[in-house]
Design a protein around this ligand. Structure first.
Ligand SMILES: [Zn+2]
Length: 268
């Protein structure tokens, strides 16, 4: 089984602080578990730079660069504009395959929606100018996220760790969007993501860890990493009435086509 993890954060401190052997050991164990490609996702200027460094270190790792909605609101506007310029120049690096993760996050009480919209729309413009797809983070903000999709025709994007409804899938897919599923599809009471995973057209579904976050059952409470993808793929397969091998194959093919990654970069 060849597995592609379309969204991970191996530069996260939890790998150096808590994972025995750090991120290198996590990547090696993942390769032994059948993982052949990973996209490491930036969420700030610092993590965008470290994602690129990681992609330079490993041929099978690719990078996305962008400013997360939460990160966009704790800096001055001047500093944010400076970072956005840096993100755009980083985007021309050959291992950068997407702008992300960017989006909307209304989870916290101090959410500055105006600022989040500003950062999102500036980064959609970067995606337009560079021709790169976008990786969208959306938490407690699905209605505004869907509005964003339909007011930006021509943008190619993935709704990462999709938490929307199955009912919204057909029109988002028709608009050209992709859907990615992570650990929560394995949770006992998570009917919503399972229904959605079953509703996504075969050429639009991807799988991810969001490592070190969102570990699947039976690893909840641990650091998540790509070797645990098999549990998420099994749950996706079950939701779609297929087998894990097929789920691994289609999510791999879709990730390669979405990110524009060549087969020749895959490990093994
Ligand atoms: Zn993420």
């Amino acid at each position: 089984m060849r597995i592609f993890d379309s969204h991970a954060h191996y530069d996260d401190r939890r790998f150096s602080d808590e994972f025995p052997g750090g991120y290198r050991a996590a990547l090696e164990q993942s390769l032994r578990a059948g993982v052949c490609g990973i996209v490491n996702i930036g969420s700030s200027m610092k993590t965008s730079l470290s994602s690129v460094r990681l992609a330079e270190e490993y041929g099978f790792v690719h990078a996305a660069v962008g400013i997360h909605p939460c990160d966009s609101q704790y800096v001055t506007l001047k500093e944010l504009d400076k970072q956005l310029t840096e993100i755009e120049s980083l985007a021309s690096h050959e291992k950068v395959k997407a702008i992300g993760e960017i989006g909307l996050d209304y989870h916290y009480d101090d959410t500055d929606r105006e600022r989040q919209f500003y950062a999102l729309s500036a980064q959609l413009d970067i995606a337009r100018r560079t021709g790169l797809p976008v990786v969208i983070h959306s938490r407690d903000a699905m209605a505004d996220t869907i509005d964003m999709v339909f007011s930006n025709p021509g943008i190619k994007g993935v709704l990462h760790s999709y938490s929307g409804s199955a009912e919204d899938v057909p029109r988002l897919a028709k608009a050209g969007w992709y859907f990615s599923f992570s650990g929560p599809v394995t949770y006992k009471n998570a009917h919503r993501p399972r229904l959605a995973a079953g509703a996504v057209p075969e050429d639009r579904i991807m799988a991810e860890t969001d490592a070190p976050y969102l570990p699947p059952v039976p690893h909840r409470g641990e650091i998540n990493f790509s070797a645990y993808m098999e549990f998420t793929l099994s749950a996706i397969a079950e939701a779609r009435g297929t087998d894990p091998e097929r789920a691994a194959e289609i999510t791999l093919e879709n990730a390669l086509s979405f990110y524009g990654i060549g087969e020749d970069t895959l490990h093994g």
